[in-house]
Ligand binder design. Structure first.
Ligand code: PIN
Length: 488
């Protein structure tokens, strides 16, 4: 998962707005950040590096990055390596100066790499699938040029991209001197929204929250398979792919990835989490015996995401909600630390217990999801060390049994605690007295409540049903061999 933003302004220098929008999207990736801005003389300025937004850009770079149109990116590594050369945006200088940022993960990258080399005669210099994508786009633009560059050739180029590329891709590209091009894959797996301030100042971004925080109005989602062009005069035009469009947004955005104050596909993320809590409460009621339910003294969310779902859950169970864990806000994510030992230690550095909420109590802990189960195991242990008698554990998402191939960094299948284990075995593994998982059907219903017109979501990490072609056993095996082992 990554965060992307593009701004075209009628007068103001966009660099500070892009910087601010990237800090709002920082939860989508803390590994690297980058920005490319074009000025009125057609010069492109770019800066990217590993690190948080606030560390990557300094005052000097911000002065240099002036211009009225630009794009930015925050990265959470899902494909490729953690080298700073793989930070985005990527740039090519033919057929025009093009810079591009991408959120998602391509499925047929190996095939495309080979084609680019053999047929398109383009050189790829990194492991990043975004470099593959920009070259496919550039090559398609070259193939479809009809004299002057115009919107029509751009649409034809994106049409070619859709027909060659398989996977998840929300993209913002900038063609220097022409304008900005934003498009979303025909499944609309990763989010992308567009908003505006006035008729000629527009922002495209991964989440609506970056629009709101910068005083833009959310206009709408970029539709699956849709391409939007904002030209250098601020004029907007759009086109819809005429191939297969099958809207299947990633349900995990609602479980954990997106900020609660975002709206994706007209679904308020916060409300979907409240609803998950209500459904999970029903599941808990039907799973635990009356005795077990009666003996729960307190419900405790594991911060931060599950705090939202725990509120209606505790009301529905008629149990007191207590803050039993405090999270250190200033610690970086543990994934940047290599090796299991360091990762285990990091949970304790990140979370601490408020012992009085556990001492001599039967507690029900709520988390948004269980991926590897390492954190859950340590949290259960911490609850016991703080004096809990019984520790029940509930997850607002169903068991994660399959890898995510569309841009969420989920470990390969053997590392998933729910892979090849029954619920009782998982419960034992994390040391809980009982473990309750949300049912997939209920998770889907909870999210759908916000927009009943969405028929399907990508739920592949729960049921192994991948929404694009090309995800077979061979693909999954190659993926697990190439994956960066990082922690979600
Ligand atoms: C973290 C949300 N959430 C917590 C991410 C841990 C799985 N983990 C996924 C649970 S936050 S583990 O609240 O947004 O900070 O199962 O892999 O141990």
């Amino acid at each position: 998962m990554c965060g992307i933003v593009g701004i075209k302004s009628d007068k103001e220098n966009v660099c500070l707005s892009i910087y601010n929008a990237l800090t709002v999207l920082q939860h989508r990736g803390q590994d690297a950040a980058g920005m490319a801005v074009s000025d009125s003389n057609g010069f492109l300025k770019m800066h990217k590096d590993n690190g948080l937004v606030r560390d990557v850009f300094n005052e000097e770079q911000m002065y240099r990055l002036s211009g009225s149109i630009g794009i930015g990116h925050v990265r959470y590594p899902t494909a490729g390596t953690m080298k700073n050369s793989e930070a985005q945006p990527f740039y090519v200088n033919s057929p025009f100066g093009i810079v591009l940022v991408h959120n998602g993960n391509l499925v047929n990258t190996s095939k495309l790499r080979k084609e680019l080399y053999d047929e398109d005669k383009r050189h790829i210099n990194t492991q990043s699938d975004t470099e593959v994508l920009i070259n496919i786009f550039a090559s398609a633009l070259e193939n479809n040029l009809d004299g002057e560059l115009n919107n029509e050739c751009i649409y034809k180029a994106v049409n070619e991209v859709h027909s060659r590329v398989v996977g998840a891709y929300s993209v913002i590209a900038m063609i220097i001197g022409y304008g900005m091009v934003a498009f979303r894959d025909p499944n609309g797996i990763r989010p992308l929204v567009i908003g505006s301030k006035n008729d000629s100042t527009h922002m495209v971004a991964s989440e609506s929250v970056s629009l709101e925080c910068l005083g833009y109005r959310l206009d709408r989602d970029v539709e699956p398979g849709e391409t939007i062009i904002i030209d250098s005069h601020g004029k907007i035009d759009s086109w819809k792919y005429n191939g297969d469009i099958n809207r299947t947004p990633c349900i995990f955005e609602f479980v954990y990835l997106a900020r609660p104050d975002s709206t994706i596909e007209k679904i308020n993320v916060y409300e979907s989490r409240l609803s998950m809590g209500r459904y999970l409460a029903e599941k808990i009621k039907s799973t635990l015996s009356k005795k077990e339910l009666d003996e729960i003294d307190v419900v405790i969310p594991i911060p931060d995401t599950s705090k939202t779902s725990t509120v209606p859950l505790s009301i529905s169970l008629n149990k007191e909600l207590k803050e039993g864990f405090v999270k250190n806000r200033y610690i970086g994510r543990t994934f940047i630390m290599p090796g299991q030992k360091v990762r285990k230690k990091s949970v304790r550095q990140k979370l601490n217990t408020i012992d009085i909420e556990f001492k001599d109590k039967n507690v029900l802990l709520i988390d948004d999801s269980i991926v590897r189960g390492n954190t859950s195991k340590q949290i259960v242990q911490m609850a016991r060390e703080a004096g809990a008698k019984k520790v029940y554990f509930a997850s607002a998402a169903p068991p994660i049994k399959f890898p995510n191939v569309y841009g969420i960094d989920m470990p390969f299948v053997e590392e998933l605690i729910a892979h090849n284990r029954s619920i009782d075995e998982i419960s034992k593994e994390i040391g809980a007295d009982k473990l309750i998982y949300q049912d997939l059907e209920d998770l889907v219903s909870a999210v759908k409540e916000g927009n009943p017109s969405i028929e399907n979501f990508d739920t592949s990490c729960f049921n192994g049903e991948y929404v694009t072609v090309g995800v077979d056993a061979d693909f999954l095996e190659n993926l697990s061999n190439s994956r960066i082992k990082s922690e979600l």
